[in-house]
Design a protein around this ligand. Sequence first.
Ligand code: GAL
Length: 669
Amino acid sequence: MYFGCDYYPEHWPEERWEKDARMMKEAGFNVVRMAEFAWAKLEPKEGQFDFNWLDKAIEILAQYNIKTVLGTPTATPPAWLATKHPVILRVNKWGIRTSFGGRRAYCPNSRIYRTYSEKIVSKMAEHYKDNENVIGWQIDNEFGGDREKGLCYCEQCAAQFRQWLKGKYETLDKLNQEWGTVFWSQTYTEWEQIPLPRGLETAHNPSLLLDYRRFISDSYISYQKLQIDILRRICPHKFITHNFMGLFNAIDYYKLAEPLDFVAWDNYPNLRFTGENKSSVKVSLSHDVMRGLKEKNFWVMEEQSGPSGWQCVDPSPHPGEIRLWTYQAIAHGAEGILYFRWRTSRFGTEQFWHGILDPSGTSRRRYEEIKKIGQELKRLGDKLMGLEFPREVAMLTSYDEQWAFEIQPNNPKFNYQEHFASYYQLLHAWNVPVDVISIQGDLSKYKLLIAPALFLINNELVHNLKEFVKKGGILIVTFRSGIKNWNNVVFDQPLPAKLNDLLGIEVVEYNSLSSMQKGKLELIYPEIEPLKGECDTWCDIIKCREAEIVGRYTESYYKNEACITINRFGQGSAIYIGTNPSPEIKKCLLRWAIEKSGVKPSFQADPEDIEVVLRRKEGKDYLFFLNHSEKSHQVKLDQSCVELLERREYSKDSIMAIEPKGVRIIYRI
Ligand code: GAL
């Protein structure tokens, strides 16, 4: 297992480096990531390269058996480059060029920037290709991060966008037809007339907007490829990864992950003022999304190790929390953990983004906690590596769907990611192991599939879903599915178009609810306990073709009309949830679907705040128990087992106590 931190030796006097390496060794570290923002140190003047300082740092760390992952430094172009070629800087949607001074300010399509990037990456690759202490590369840093989702509206992007469109549609006639440019007199007669979706008082054509998002995503993917090609050619034996950002969705992460050896991501569970304060469930979801990108284990390249903050300081991780987050990551598939950052910087934008050590460099509580984890991981050795994920349930997603909903949320209250998470959360609460995979993933290994809001539909997706259900699977699809084709144009067929026969229904009308409005419904299907409840956001009014009614409205002009249905299709069943039911109703529906599909939770009967994650190795089940609460909990064990952290055996039916923020890892015997 790789265990270490993100290290910026260039921020500290050289005399300190040895002490840092020793302290890292004592904490059990065997890896650091360095240099991902150090372009100005590596190429202080155009064409003048200086690797001495980095060589020295790598060497000192190596003396303590600590390996290095090098970041290519392209997230922060140096001042000399931005001054000489301001055109490398991104232009925002109001036409204003970003100024030098932050980071990630470059345009991924800038030819000049690409040329300079090639130069620095090649130089680094040549310099380190035979250095055995450098084990791998991280390309750039967090593509698309730092405001505006990495979008650029410069002239070069405009020209490239038109090329991209030519590649996709071939003729202008085709583009005009697919986009429906007859609307508002937008028919294009020359490619050069097609605008980037710059600032506008009204809204742009949704098909143009979606293609633009795809284009920008592809731009970063091709910019990454440029670097990967160099590194693969010069250093074929070193791994290549990138640090992704969990639920961040500006780039098609499935495509971005494809050419990499594995995915790494940056996990900050507790950003109260600086970002979203994630629940432990969202963190689990993020890990599962990251694992699903390549359906493979991953690294956490930046794991929170202190209070974060740029302008204000976020709350500190409580004692035990860093350890809990670490094991949560391992439970979900992390095989490398690096804490961000070794020592809190004295200067720069991230002065308040704390690392393991404070600016004073002394070891304190957070260092001691990490050291303890280091000792545990050393003892556990490779036991936690290569554990499989026995999963019977998958949730399906795609970035195209997410972008289409960002362009048109349909209802101000609707948020695709929240909607998705509301189903994930229930599975999580019942310890039902779940994979989150692409709509193009292999569906055959699952018994139950949940496909929330498939707004855009294509033939391949329809075919795969049908095959899955035909062969006996249970599928859940939710409202606003089958509305549009892949070019973001509404179908001219009854909704949910192309899914009508699979779902056995027709949506004859819908009602988009105001934020205060609630609908009322009841479950009336014989296999489910009758239950009355509420719904919000959206109400589809459904006519059943072959499907049976599971739930119906009890109020409004659509009283008694169907809102939830089930359709037998081949050997399986397809369930449609045409509204956003309250949690109680959702719970009831999901429990029913889980039982119906024969899916088993990994562990029954445990207290609510305990997350249980199932893994398997050589036929043995491993269970991670993660107590996210401030309270102690007791768990009754359903089989005799060995606990790996406390190193003790438990007999069947005995009670295992878990302290607040505590972790236990058992394997059943
Ligand atoms: C990450 C980034 C790091 C650091 C950290 C704290 O998003 O990769 O370089 O900036 O956040 O802001």
